[in-house]
Design a protein around this ligand. Structure first.
Ligand SMILES: [Zn+2]
Length: 370
C-alpha cells in the first residue's frame, strides 16, 4: 500500500519536475469535455476518487454517473461532485484522458471537466486539429498557436469553471488515445512557446482553409486586432476541400434564418452585397414578400450552419426555388490557415516563418519560469 502511494506521488510530482528542468512554466488548463450529457461512464487502472471536497471515496469501477436530485448519482451513491485521477489516464465514455476529471451537475445533465498540464493537452490536440503526419514545422506551428490560444482563454476566463470547450468553439480535444510520437515531438520542440504582441499572449485564432486570403478579425468578431489584419495565402488551393457547393431550398433558408432571429417572410431572392478586402461577403440583401432585409455574411453562415456554409467567401444564385452556394475555403478565415501552413512547411519554411506570416508583428516568447 505504501509503495502504491509513493508511486502515485512520484507520478503526480513528475510533470512539474520535468517542467522545472526544461526551464519553462508548466501551466494547467481546464477543458470542458461534455456539457449537458445525461450519463457518463468512468473506468481505469489505479483510479483515485474523491468527493468535491477532496474526501477519498471507496468506489468499485466502472462508475455509471447520472444527474439526480441534489447532485449526481455514482453507482447509486448520491454526491455533490466527483473528482478522479489515475497514474496514466482515466477512461471517460471509452476515451482516455490525462490529469483530473471533475464531474458535477449542470443546469441540464452533467458537466465533465478535465484539468491537465497544458503540454499534455497539446500532444492530444495535434491529431484532433490537424494530422501528426503533416510536415514537422506545420505541427510545431499548430502547437504554438494552440498553446497561445489556450493561455489567452485561460486568462480571459479566470473565474469560469473551465477555460476551453473541447469542440470547434475553442479547440477540438478528444483525449490522449490519439497522441503519438510526432505530435509529442512538435509540442516538445516548441515547449512553453507562445506568440505575443506588445508583451501579451495573442488571441491566436486559426482555421482550416482560408480560400486564398485570411480574414481581418474585425470582419468576424467586430474588433480589430493588430496582428490579425488578413493576409494573402496561395498555399491552400491544392486541397480537395478548397472549393465547396451547397444547394438549399429557399424555404429552408427562410426557416433557418427565422430560427436565428432574422425575420423574413416569403423569401424569394438573395443577393450578395459588399465584400471585404479578403473577398468574403460582408452583407447580403434578402428579398421577401414584405420587402428587403439586410444580413451580414457572418450571420447568414451561422444561421445556416458552419459546416453547411463552410466560409463566407461564396457566390450564390437562385435556381428552381433553391439557393446554390459555391464557395472556397473552410472556417472563419482569421489567423493561421492550417492547410496553407502545411504547404508552407512542405515548401521548406520553418514554423517561425509560418507564424510570422499569418500573425504579422508578433514575437515568439517562452512562458516565463515562476
Ligand atoms: Zn490559406
Amino acid at each position: 500500500m505504501r509503495l502504491t502511494i509513493s508511486i502515485l506521488f512520484l507520478v503526480i510530482l513528475l510533470p512539474s519536475m520535468t517542467a522545472g528542468n526544461s526551464g519553462f512554466r508548466q501551466e494547467m488548463i481546464r477543458v470542458a469535455l461534455f456539457r449537458g450529457v445525461e450519463s457518463v461512464r468512468l473506468d481505469g487502472n489505479g483510479i483515485l476518487a474523491t468527493d468535491e471536497k477532496g474526501e477519498p471515496l471507496r468506489l468499485s469501477f466502472p462508475l455509471e454517473i447520472a444527474k439526480t436530485r441534489g447532485g449526481i448519482s455514482v453507482n447509486e451513491t448520491v454526491l455533490r461532485g466527483l473528482k478522479v485521477s489515475a497514474p496514466v489516464f482515466v477512461n471517460v465514455n471509452g476515451k482516455g484522458y490525462r490529469g483530473v476529471i471533475e464531474i458535477s451537475a449542470a443546469d441540464k445533465g452533467l458537466q465533465v471537466i478535465n484539468e491537465l498540464p497544458l503540454e499534455d493537452y497539446l500532444v492530444g490536440l495535434i491529431n484532433c486539429e490537424i494530422s501528426s503526419q503533416w510536415p514537422m514545422e506545420a505541427i510545431k506551428a499548430q502547437a504554438v498557436i494552440a498553446r497561445s490560444y489556450a493561455i489567452f482563454q485561460r486568462d480571459a476566463r479566470k473565474n469560469a469553471p473551465y477555460h476551453l470547450e473541447s469542440t470547434v468553439m475553442d479547440q477540438v480535444y478528444e483525449g490522449c488515445d490519439i497522441e503519438d510520437s510526432r505530435a509529442a515531438r512538435g509540442v516538445k520542440e516548441t515547449a512553453g512557446e507562445v506568440l505575443t504582441f506588445g508583451g501579451s499572449t495573442i488571441q491566436a485564432f486559426y482555421h482550416s482553409n482560408c480560400g486564398g486570403h485570411t480574414e481581418a478579425s474585425e470582419n468576424v468578431w467586430g474588433y480589430k486586432l493588430p496582428y490579425l489584419p488578413g493576409v494573402a495565402c496561395r498555399y491552400c488551393q491544392n486541397v480537395n476541400s478548397y472549393r465547396w457547393e451547397q444547394r438549399i431550398p429557399l424555404r429552408k433558408v427562410e426557416t433557418q434564418l427565422k430560427a436565428a432571429g432574422i425575420n423574413i417572410s416569403g423569401l424569394r431572392d438573395i443577393r450578395p452585397g459588399s465584400r471585404n478586402k479578403s473577398g468574403r461577403v460582408s452583407e447580403l440583401s434578402l428579398f421577401g414578400t414584405r420587402g428587403k432585409v439586410t444580413v451580414s455574411g457572418v450571420a447568414l453562415r451561422k444561421a445556416l450552419g458552419y459546416s453547411i456554409i463552410k466560409s463566407t467567401n461564396f457566390e450564390l444564385r437562385i435556381d428552381d426555388g433553391d439557393v446554390l452556394f459555391s464557395g472556397s475555403g473552410n472556417g472563419h478565415g482569421v489567423g493561421l490557415c492550417q492547410w496553407g501552413a502545411k504547404q508552407r512547411a512542405a515548401d521548406g519554411f520553418d514554423y517561425r516563418e509560418i507564424l510570422s506570416y499569418y500573425y504579422p508583428g508578433t514575437r515568439l516568447t517562452a512562458l516565463a519560469v515562476d
